[in-house]
Design a protein around this ligand. Structure first.
Ligand code: NAP
Ligand code: GDD
Length: 329
């Protein structure tokens, strides 16, 4: 039996799927919590589930939900995880204005439930909480560090700020090994289709093949610090391997506007984006950070983490993946 047992909430998401691959490669037994859905296909981890050498050997899936504390507690008791990566929850900032209550329950209260369960475990465990740059909101300084004050601008950001503070309280009050990864936007071909980078990459590929005629977006001026999801899951793992629990900003330090992302993606398929991109205020949020930029100095110096590739590479990878997917279908 592998010595290290990881439990991942949100295993079917973008980060959960890459983290699973990373941990399986390191010899972990990986347990994931999946929701009951009407469709059994879990596209991001389907390749692992279909591999008889992996599924039910080193990778195990358990039905559960963040609102179902009894089941979560039973899963902890049965598998006795040595590392818990809490990634699950509604993660779309814009939608958090439309569904504030469920978003805050999943992004905020669920962390409390899991920390309480973790506190009751007799075996030592390490806990990773998926915090976010959205806690800084309209930040008073740029770039932001672990010390920057929290000024969230959305229900999602508020709930994550609550869970981040709570994670610190559990670390300080109970001596638990709890880390906040304060991650800036990270993207990949596995990004959900209603996040802006995937939406743009997909549209650029489809328009170039005559399958779509336009792309409708919201705020093009917004600036984000975009990295590669594959790099960011390594940062999560590194935090739990260190001898001391702490909080770390994970970012590239480079910002680009949504307009620049559009320009780069359409250039990749030799199109002039101005002919195809329309703006609709329906995609605007009631409030949002105009610009987010992270200072990842601490994680670079303490854990030796650094991002691989740059903005151009990320855009290329994402558009290339869409073009390839279309040619296969
Ligand atoms: P994602 O692709 O949206 O995945 C979210 C995961 O949570 C999915 O596996 C989803 O399951 C699961 N989930 C949602 N509600 C649940 C519930 N009630 N019970 C159980 N599972 C539930 O998100 P991601 O991009 O991988 O991000 C992972 C985490 O990091 C999130 O907490 C996000 O807020 C945070 N974060 C992300 C970024 C980023 O740029 N990606 C940056 C900072 C922080 P289904 O597949 O069934 O929907
Ligand atoms: N989703 C979306 N759709 N965003 C758009 C659109 C559109 O059509 N048009 C413009 N945008 C702008 C948004 O207003 C925002 O400023 C920016 O593009 C990025 O939006 P998202 O890709 O939805 O990401 P996000 O920055 O709001 O949130 C992501 O990153 C956070 C970390 O900073 C999510 O992954 C969060 O879960 C994560 O915490």
């Amino acid at each position: 039996m592998p010595e290290k047992t990881a439990l991942i909430t949100g295993i079917t998401g973008q980060d959960g799927s890459y983290l699973t691959e990373l941990l399986l490669g390191k010899g972990y037994a990986v347990h994931g919590i999946v929701r009951r859905t009407s469709n059994l296909l879990r596209s991001r981890i389907e390749h692992l589930r279909r591999d008889p050498a992996i599924y039910d050997k080193n990778l195990f899936l358990h039905y559960g939900d963040l609102s179902d504390t009894t089941t979560l507690r039973r899963i902890f008791r049965e598998i006795k995880p040595t590392e818990v990566y809490h990634l699950a929850g509604q993660s779309h900032v814009g939608l958090s204005f439309e569904m504030p209550e469920s978003t805050c329950d999943e992004a905020g209260m669920a962390a409390l439930r899991l920390l309480e369960i973790a506190r009751d475990q007799t075996n030592p465990l390490k806990f990773y909480h998926a915090s976010t740059s959205e806690i800084f909101g309209n930040a008073l300084e740029s770039p932001q560090t672990e010390e920057t004050s929290m000024r969230p601008t959305s229900p999602y950001g508020c709930a994550k700020a609550f869970a981040t503070m709570l994670s610190r309280v559990y670390r300080q009050s109970y001596g638990m090994f709890v880390c906040n990864g304060i991650l800036y936007n990270h993207e990949s071909p596995r990004r959900g289709e209603n996040f802006v980078t995937r939406k743009i990459a997909r549209a650029a590929a489809r328009i170039s093949q005559g399958l779509d005629v336009d792309l409708v977006l919201g705020n093009l001026d917004s600036k984000r610090d975009w990295g590669r999801a594959q790099d960011y899951v390594v940062a999560m793992w590194l935090m739990l391997q260190h001898d001391k629990p702490d909080d770390y900003v994970v970012a590239t330090g480079e910002t680009h506007s949504v307009r620049e992302f559009v320009d780069a993606a359409f250039s990749f398929v030799d199109l002039d984006w101005k002919k195809y991109v329309k703006q609709d205020p329906a995609f605007d949020r009631p409030a949002e950070p105009a610009r987010l930029a992270g200072d990842a100095d601490k994680i670079r110096k303490t854990l030796g983490w650094k991002p691989s590739g740059g903005f151009e590479q990320l855009v290329r990878e994402m558009v290339q993946a869409e073009v390839e997917a279309l040619s296969k279908s």
